[in-house]
Design a protein around this ligand. Structure first.
Ligand code: ARG
Length: 457
């Protein structure tokens, strides 16, 4: 049994199973860089507080910088409990007694809060970048396909015609809000918790402003108990991740439907589809199905963290060690969802002719009712008249657009002689701000480009 850094108070070692159960290195070793950077800043703070002599501080920083350069290939031991102890061990192996001074006035409780906040700042930025890249692609597809008219659905029943640009811009705005949610929660990561100590604050005169500056945070934490105990910033990240992945999953579901035999609006590239091991005919939209499926992991992570924290007495409890695995996994998963979706959209084929040929003309029923309204009928009566026309068409198997002016005028005195129902006309009626008319879609795309440019700053 190896000696623990906390062995002094113990007479016996841990049971091997307990040792393994307690170890978090498998998860938290990804924060090696953050842990080392935290120690470099800490060495400056405790030097300033008079705990280290100048030459000791210099030696510590030299050794820490060497570790930082090799942070991707550090050799850990089975006996290292977590990344904080592993780095301290490596430092002490290099420097002997000076290495043993680094943990003065510090606790792993404030250390882990610091590392996690620093690591999540980085991950959150990566998530935002991958969503931004997807956002650009969504906008590019919207712009390229804006002339295409497609059915839009309610209850999965073709409802009204829309521009495909309008359709893709609807996803654009959802994803854009997702990015803004991450930007907002990143503000809550940006609080520097170090020198909170175990819970009551460090016992030394630590210059926390120096730490904040060194570590690039926006502010220092106001309360040491809050700083070591709470994980709300991670829960907030997971809430934002859950909403973003819900959007992507829903978008994926649309794509799956639109690639299916009943629709065939889109065809995914071979690069993002897979075949069946038995049915040679199959080309399946697995990329989209996995996006839908992996969303469950992200929701699961949110539930995990809410559950882990809901009954914890203040302040730190080891339960909190269970925070990182689900959060890191959720962040990496969301990044991959965005990257794959980006690739799918950039490479898929839009079957414009197939879409144009399959537009159901009864999607123009609302427009016909609007025409009757314009000719003096109250909307409720117009709705009823057109309902009867659609019913008769269904019975006779005729398309709404095939009825002649005289056939139509038999239904109502308000029916004008020159009714001309077209899909394009339906779109043109909806040029109001936010509608599917061509001017509105162009305005959305223009604004979308501006938003992208702002996020890219
Ligand atoms: N590995 C621990 C975690 O992730 C670090 C903090 C340990 N603190 C303690 N008092 N045991 O939460």
């Amino acid at each position: 049994m190896s000696k623990k850094m906390w062995h002094g108070r113990f007479e016996k070692g841990n049971d091997p199973l307990m040792e393994k159960f307690n170890r978090s290195l498998g998860v938290d070793s990804v924060m090696a860089e953050e842990d080392i950077k935290g120690s470099i800043a800490w060495s400056k703070a405790i030097e300033k507080a008079g705990i280290l002599k100048k030459n000791e501080g210099d030696k510590l920083r030299k050794a820490l910088n060497e570790l930082l350069r090799k942070s991707k290939e550090l050799k850990f031991l089975d006996s290292d409990e977590d990344i904080h102890m592993a780095i301290e061990r490596l430092l002490t192996e290099k420097l002997g007694i000076i290495g043993k001074k680094i943990h003065t006035g510090r606790s792993r409780n404030d250390q882990v809060a610091l590392d996690t906040r620093m690591y999540m700042k980085k991950l959150c930025g990566q998530v935002q970048d991958s969503l931004l890249s997807l956002l650009k692609t969504v906008l590019a597809v919207a712009e390229k396909e804006k002339e295409v008219i497609m059915p839009a659905f309610t209850h999965l029943q073709a409802a009204q015609p829309v521009s495909m640009g309008h359709y893709f811009m609807s996803w654009f705005y959802m994803i854009e809000r997702d990015i803004s949610r991450f930007a907002d929660c990143a503000k809550r990561f940006d609080i520097m918790p170090l020198a909170s100590g175990a819970l009551a604050g460090s016992g030394y005169k630590i210059d926390r402003e120096l730490l904040r500056r060194e570590l690039g945070f926006a502010a220092v934490s106001d309360n040491s108990m809050d700083a070591v105990a709470d994980r709300d910033y991670l829960i907030e990240f997971l809430s934002a991740a859950s909403i973003a992945s819900m959007h992507l999953s829903r978008f994926a579901e649309d794509m799956i439907i639109f690639c299916s035999p009943g629709y065939r609006y889109f065809e995914l590239s071979d690069a993002y589809s897979t075949g069946s091991s038995i049915m040679p005919n199959k080309k399946n939209p697995d990329s989209m199905e996995l996006i839908r499926g992996k969303t469950g992991r992200i929701f699961g992570a949110l539930t995990t963290l809410l559950t882990v924290t809901k009954g914890l007495p203040l302040t730190y409890n080891k339960d909190l060690q269970e925070d990182k695995a689900p959060v890191f996994d959720a962040a990496e998963t969301l990044k991959s969802l965005a990257q794959i979706f980006d690739g799918v959209l950039a490479t898929m084929k839009v079957n414009r002719d197939k879409i144009a040929a399959s537009l159901p003309s009864d999607m123009l029923a609302t427009d016909l009712a609007d025409i009757l309204v314009e000719n003096g009928l109250p909307f409720r009566d117009a709705h009823e008249v057109v309902g009867r026309i659609v019913l008769d068409c269904n019975k006779s198997g005729r398309e709404l657009t095939s009825l002649t002016a005289s056939e139509l005028s038999a239904y109502s005195k308000a029916m004008p002689k020159n009714v001309k129902l077209t899909f394009k006309g339906a779109l043109l009626r909806r040029n109001l701000y936010g509608g599917t008319g061509p001017d509105s879609v162009a305005a959305q795309i223009k604004k979308g480009k501006k938003l992208i440019a702002e996020w890219a700053k």
